[in-house]
Write a protein that binds this ligand. Structure first.
Ligand SMILES: Nc1ncnc2c1ncn2[C@@H]1O[C@H](COP(=O)(O)OP(=O)(O)OP(=O)(O)O)[C@@H](O)[C@H]1O
Length: 534
């Protein structure tokens, strides 16, 4: 994982550099180039997980500048090599992505892994960039007059999150419009396929939506390149079939194991899991431990980071997520008595929350601004930034399980009111908008810890396989909570010896961690968050 930044006709401010350095504590480089008459400053920081030593960035040739933030776990042409995925990527893809040349993009589509990238053609001034189909790595965009910025993490500008709706290119000679190679999609997602991006020049009150009308606006038109980017790996089409005669569990077990294995194999340092004690993250922990038992050379300590909000230890211990974390830790330990497992309790007071939010969190959450962004972003920030486990450089979470296996209360609502077909569409929508709802924000707040964030349930093979399972085999929403939603995952947990955990009810992070209760807010999740605007 890395921090990448490209600053055309402007220089990065200190806060942006610090944010990028936090993401990549192993290496930092900043250099300014003249590209087709424009000043282009690139910043690259690295958190190394692949290859011998540390692979520096950016990769610069006479023709190209290439910045890569992500992991290639698997690709038909990829063999993990000495130079890691950065060098491989450059050899195979970077030199081929030039504007409308689709070859590079064709290779990119087959990457199993998460990424954001940027390639600058020094001869033509064509700059190509994008996030993977699920937006698992953040990339922010800002443009004003002749200034153009891309950065993994935020600063004092009015950035927008680059939508994960396609791969983009922009010509630094013309600076007139963006081109989008759109990803194929089955649902309409807010903020996707816009035909222009709007930016403001206001700098001081960066989160004040109201303020924009007083500042100048800059608009960049976006033009779609004909034909959309499709790939079997990116096919999230849901199986609406009502009949479910197969036993899906054995294959799910294999696909889930592979998804976790990919993510714990290519790494340096030990492993942590963001741990609520809920079904999803517990399954991830159990799978990691099984893999470690089978492949001792991969095994390390596994830290389980549990965050709870309250003004003293007693209150934190009563948080629903802390209660389940303690219970789940015990059950997992009983199932894996030889595992080197440490439960790390992060107790956060209101004072600490407010101070850290003002100093750090709100900048990382930016440009997201809702109450939900604040609650989830802050909880994940504290879980990820624990000082315990200084050798832990990788964090896993259970994100994605609810989307695929119908864990949310809205799934139940849609099912009860509109039936199975509508539920299938709801599942599809949840997956296609996860970049905007979760992934960008979560990547920024978590990766700021200098630990890389990976989500096994958002593995492309796992999504593809799960999507092929008829909805009634994934959940049975005629059954009560704690039983019907994520039914197939509950069976998997039971099979893995997590009997109590398999019947835990789903609980949203903002309630389970009690961050909402501590702040005593009478606001709705989608409201603009006053705390982020201060
Ligand atoms: N209090 C917490 N402390 C640390 N990490 C958390 C906490 N709450 C949630 N997370 C992380 O966020 C992920 C998503 O949360 P979510 O509530 O959807 O899943 P879960 O708690 O694992 O399972 P369930 O959805 O069944 O409750 C979790 O899998 C976990 O990795």
């Amino acid at each position: 994982m890395c921090g990448i930044g490209v600053f055309v006709n402007c220089e990065p401010d200190d806060r942006t550099i610090k944010a990028l350095k936090n993401r990549g504590p192993d290496f930092y480089h900043q250099e300014t180039f003249n590209v087709v008459g424009q000043s282009v400053t690139v910043v690259a920081t690295v958190l190394s997980h692949q290859g011998e030593g540390i692979i520096s960035q950016p990769i610069v040739t006479d023709d190209f500048i290439f910045l890569w933030n992500g992991e290639v776990y698997d690709h038909p042409r990829y063999q993990p090599q000495e130079g890691g995925d950065t060098n491989w990527f450059f050899d195979n893809v970077g030199s081929q992505i030039t504007g409308e040349n689709a070859t590079g993009i064709e290779i990119m589509k087959e990457i199993r892994g998460e990424f954001a990238f940027c390639t600058i053609n020094r001869k033509t001034g064509e700059i190509s960039f994008g996030r993977d189909r699920l937006g698992r790595r953040s990339l922010l965009l800002y443009s004003f007059e002749n200034k153009f910025i891309l950065a993994s993490s935020s600063s004092g500008y009015h950035f927008i999150e680059l939508p994960a709706d396609g791969l983009y290119s922009f010509n630094l000679k013309m600076m007139d419009k963006l081109k989008r190679h759109p990803f194929a999609a089955n649902t309409k997602v807010d903020g996707h396929m816009l035909d222009e991006f709007l930016f403001s020049n206001l700098n001081e009150n960066m989160l004040a939506i109201e303020g924009i009308k007083d500042g100048k606006l800059h608009s960049l038109p976006v033009e779609n390149v004909q034909g959309s980017l499709t790939s079997d790996l990116w096919n999230f089409e849901q199986n609406f079939d009502g009949s479910c005669t197969n036993d899906w569990l054995p294959e799910l077990e294999i696909v889930f194991k592979k998804a976790v294995e990919r993510r714990v194999k290519l790494r340096k340092g030990s492993v942590g899991v963001l741990f609520s004690g809920g079904l999803d993250c517990s399954l991830v922990v159990a799978q990691v431990l099984e893999i470690f038992e089978g492949q001792r050379e991969l095994a390390t300590t596994v830290y389980l980071y549990s965050v709870a909000f309250g003004d003293n230890e007693e209150k934190c211990e009563k948080c629903p997520d802390r209660i389940t974390a303690v219970a789940a830790f015990q059950e997992i330990t009983e199932a894996h008595p030889t595992a080197d497992l440490i439960l790390v309790k992060e107790n956060i007071s209101k004072q600490e929350l407010q101070k850290t939010r003002d100093e750090r969190i709100k900048h990382l959450i930016s440009p997201r601004i809702s109450v939900l962004d604040d609650s989830i972003g802050s909880a994940l920030y504290f879980a990820a930034h624990s000082e315990v486990g200084s050798d832990c450089r990788l964090l896993l979470s259970g994100l994605g399980a609810d989307e695929l296996f119908c864990g949310y209360s809205c799934h139940r609502r849609v099912h009860d009111r509109e039936g199975l077909d509508a539920l299938g569409l709801e599942v599809q929508t949840h997956i296609e908008r996860i970049a905007e709802r979760n992934c960008g924000r979560d990547d920024r707040v978590i990766s700021d810890s200098g630990r890389e964030y990976r989500m096994p349930f958002l593995d492309l093979d796992l999504i593809s396989f799960s999507s092929s399972i008829p909805i009634p085999a994934r959940c049975d929403l005629t059954k009560p909570r704690g039983e019907g939603e994520k039914m197939l995952l509950r069976q998997l947990a039971y099979k893995k010896g997590l009997k109590t955990i398999s019947s835990f009810e789903k609980r949203a992070i903002q309630f389970g961690s009690r961050i909402v209760k501590m702040e005593d807010k009478k606001v709705k999740g989608n409201d603009i968050c006053a705390n982020l605007q201060k």
